[in-house]
Write a protein that binds this ligand. Structure first.
Ligand code: CA
Length: 536
């Protein structure tokens, strides 16, 4: 026995190296990145949704790991997409607001995966400005800008194509076609399969136009929030269901790009309900309640199509045999308000828009049914993908690979706090510029423009809906000063410039809506005078 065993270990070092790298190459996982636009975790049953069921997304959670603290660095569509491509914050990748154009020449993770031998593809929503075709992809078939819910024109490797049908189904058809027919089965792949849904204005598939017709969806507790516990920005925003929603959002007018057949099915679904609505002549809270039901049902109908199509994709992975060596990620570009605080849309550092869904199924690595509460971010995706592909991670990326967490071993020095920065003011929905820090329990926010210099502090344990800022309360003096210091530390560590970059004005210096961005003062430590402030 002994001589034979010994001979086994007498393989030359070169042969061992070759053997190891061949094994690694064979085992390198495929990466399927399933991405949606504006999908709130509150509408995923694996996250405890009280308003809908998402059986196929839930299947991923059951077979993988669900993350409860995935925070976006800048809660708005284009910027988060740029963060994912680059593994860098907005101020480093140059895409600060929707309206910026992504610099496709810079370092991105798909380019690095290509260099590592992966084939890369993106199908569906791209939304990083007019830079086309997307760089770093062997194959792309993407919507132009936001893209419509029906009959989308698309760009296939930069050339215009036209499709008739429902966009969520079409994007899945195209992604499946690439997997089945186009890709090279000898090499690992990274496919970004990215939906437009459930972005505004929430147009459902013909298949789901009557879903929820006979039910009343529960309202969020804060639908009639009066913003009394927060500062100026929450009171001056323009994103309420009550006032901001348009007739088009509410389907009181039909979409303009339907075929006659699609239009007929659409009108049959909405016209009787719209007639009843007009006859009821609702006002006040009753009107808001009607708008909420119309909004949330259409939003959830769009989710139903997303979930159906994820089911198609998971079935294909199973039947093709790809499932066992494919890491499947489900995420969205940010969270969204489903009537909480009376709002729709995103942008705020408040929980519903800061937190985004993240579920990862990685057979053989991630324990099925695991739940994670570490602070992670889309900022980490690029490094994670490079890491699992065995590719080197550039030192200028600003996230961390999730690989150890996915394997159930969170590093001891994993981040305990997170920096957030939103720039898009002036802009849609009038949400003021702000930055802040959270450690998962407490959250400090600074609205820092020239006319608004306000701080807010929330204790998410005692006030999970963030209804009452406790900034400058004596009981939390220590917490507040620690967060102020942590904020300064993070801004320095992340190289956040003292002044917002000019690109944060979107249209540039000539933007007529532009405002002068104030030199940001270094935040002063809070002043404490407990004896004067003690409450009765
Ligand atoms: Ca979005």
């Amino acid at each position: 026995m002994r001589p034979r065993m010994k001979s086994l270990f007498l393989l030359t070092a070169t042969a061992l190296t070759l053997l190891t790298s061949a094994t690694q190459a064979a085992e390198r996982p495929n990466i399927l990145f399933i991405f949606t636009d504006d999908h709130a975790f509150q509408s995923i049953s694996a996250y405890g949704s009280k308003i809908n069921e998402t059986p196929n997304i839930d299947r991923l959670a059951r077979e993988g790991m669900i993350f409860h603290r995935c925070y976006v660095p800048n809660s708005i569509c284009g910027p988060v997409r740029a963060v994912i491509q680059t593994g860098k914050y907005s101020h480093q990748n140059g895409f600060l607001v929707n309206g910026n154009k992504f610099n496709g020449k810079q370092q991105t993770f798909p380019k690095l995966l290509q260099q590592a031998g992966y084939q890369t593809a993106v199908v569906g929503k791209w939304h990083l400005g007019e830079h086309m075709p997307p760089q770093g992809y062997d194959y792309s078939e993407v919507l132009i800008g936001q893209g419509p819910y029906y009959n989308p024109p698309m760009l296939k490797n930069g050339k215009r194509t036209k499709h008739i049908g429902y966009t969520t189904d079409i994007i899945t058809d195209l992604a499946l076609a690439w997997l089945q027919k186009t890709r090279d089965p000898q090499r690992p792949f990274m496919l970004m399969y990215q939906h437009k849904a459930p972005h505004r204005n929430w147009q459902p598939s013909p298949k789901h136009l009557h879903l929820y017709d006979d039910v009343t969806i529960p309202e969020p507790e804060t639908l009639f929030d009066d913003y009394s516990g927060r500062g100026t920005p929450a009171k001056t925003q323009d994103m309420t269901i009550a006032k901001t929603m348009t007739d088009s959002d509410l389907k009181l007018v039909p979409p303009r790009n339907l075929t006659p057949e699609q239009r007929e099915v659409w009108d049959a679904a909405y016209e009787p309900k719209n007639q009843a609505f007009r006859a009821a002549n609702l006002t006040g809270k009753a009107l808001v309640r009607w708008k909420y039901q119309r909004y949330i049902k259409d939003y959830l109908r769009c989710i139903a199509s997303v979930d159906d199509n994820i089911g198609r994709m998971l079935d294909y992975l199973d039947t093709s045999g790809l499932a066992k060596n494919t890491m499947v990620i489900y995420s969205s570009d940010q969270g969204f308000y489903l009537g909480e605080h009376g709002w729709f849309d995103k942008r705020w550092m408040y929980e519903e828009s800061l937190r985004t869904p993240l579920i990862v199924r990685w057979p053989g690595a991630t324990k099925p049914g695991s739940v994670n509460r570490d602070i992670v971010s889309p900022l980490d995706f690029a490094e994670t993908f490079l890491d699992v592909a065995g590719a080197p991670i550039p030192s200028d990326m600003q996230g961390h690979s999730l690989q150890p967490i996915l394997r159930g071993n969170t590093p001891k020095n994993w981040r305990k706090s997170f920096y957030y920065h939103y720039y898009e003011f002036p802009g849609w929905h009038d949400v003021r510029r702000h930055y802040g820090v959270t450690n998962g329990r407490y959250k400090l926010i600074h609205f820092y423009e020239p006319d608004i210099d306000e701080w807010e502090l929330y204790d998410l344990q005692s006030d999970p809906h963030e209804l009452q800022s406790v900034y400058d309360t004596p009981q939390l003096a220590k917490v507040q000063s620690q967060l102020v210091a942590e904020l300064a530390r993070l801004r320095q560590a992340l190289d956040v410039p003292a002044e917002d970059p000019p690109a944060s004005l979107g249209g540039g210096k000539d933007n007529p809506n532009s405002v002068k961005i104030r030199q940001q003062k270094k935040p002063a430590p809070p002043q404490r005078q407990p004896e004067r402030k003690s409450s009765p």
